[in-house]
Design a protein around this ligand. Structure first.
Ligand code: HEM
Length: 225
């Protein structure tokens, strides 16, 4: 088992498994975030965000998510560095274009851009909610919770540069996932010649939903308010 994890394919396997886990998280995160656009009082989003942050299952999943992110980044970096060092004579640009997509050749750079975006995003929202002074709000059910809606809405309404950043973040994330989706299935062995085309299509649809879904939220606040 140890030999498998230390092998090149073992490390790629880890990148794929953690990547698929993160893709599932993104769908849930987008689902909750889309509520930002369906109730301008903010109660719907605040209640959902509070539920996600306080139920026991999410308390277990949150640290696993953090570890998943770290493992995905560390193992992807190791695989990439090994690739760079094993191939001192680079393929010509022409050969690469013939056999692979632009996104597949630039996954490490797309991942790095998404990581920078994620860092800024966590500073914008997550750390402020967890450790900062986001005002609490109490609804009719008497439960006190963070007014996360006010934090997100204020930022997206008042700062066009942040809106642009989130739209670009959504687009780069979509490009990263467009290749990552079917590539992950390929690495864990759940793809073959028959399935590859179907997985590529599902991956593209998934990536489009994520890119458009996350980008549309800042645009909604910018245009509507
Ligand atoms: C319109 C775009 C987005 C909005 C409005 C948004 C909103 C938020 C908010 C409010 C939180 C804090 C939740 C809480 O602690 O109660 C959060 C956390 C987080 N976001 Fe986002 N997010 C967006 C896009 C993204 C994207 C594209 C990614 C991934 C690349 C991402 C990854 C995360 C992670 C990892 C956390 C911390 C874990 C968690 O609290 O669930 N978010 N986001």
């Amino acid at each position: 088992m140890g030999r498998f994890y230390n092998s090149s394919i073992g490390k790629k396997f880890f990148v794929s498994i953690t990547g698929l886990f993160l893709m599932a998280f993104l769908l849930v995160h987008l689902g909750v975030n889309s509520l930002l656009m369906f109730d301008d009082t903010g109660e719907l989003f605040n209640q959902a965000a509070h539920f996600m942050g306080s139920n026991p299952i999410m308390k277990v999943i949150e640290p696993i998510l953090g570890i998943g992110f770290i493992l995905h980044i560390v193992y992807a970096l190791i695989v990439q560095i090994v690739n760079w060092t094993k191939r001192p004579v680079k393929y010509s640009k022409w050969d690469q274009k013939e056999s692979s997509s632009w996104a597949s050749r630039n996954m490490i750079y797309l991942g790095a851009i998404v990581l920078i975006f994620l860092g800024i995003h966590l500073v914008n929202f997550f750390f402020k909610i967890k450790f900062g002074t986001v005002a609490p709000i109490t609804y009719a059910d008497g439960v006190k919770m963070h007014n996360s809606y006010a934090l997100v809405a204020e930022l997206f309404k008042n700062c066009t540069a942040i809106d642009v950043l989130y739209v670009l973040g959504g687009i780069f994330l979509g490009l990263h996932l467009n290749h990552g989706f079917w590539s992950a299935f390929q690495t864990i062995g759940w793809s073959n010649n028959d399935w590859r085309k179907k997985l590529e299509l599902v991956g593209s649809i998934y990536a489009l939903i994520i890119a458009i879904g996350f980008s549309i939220i800042p645009l909604y606040f910018l245009i509507k308010f």
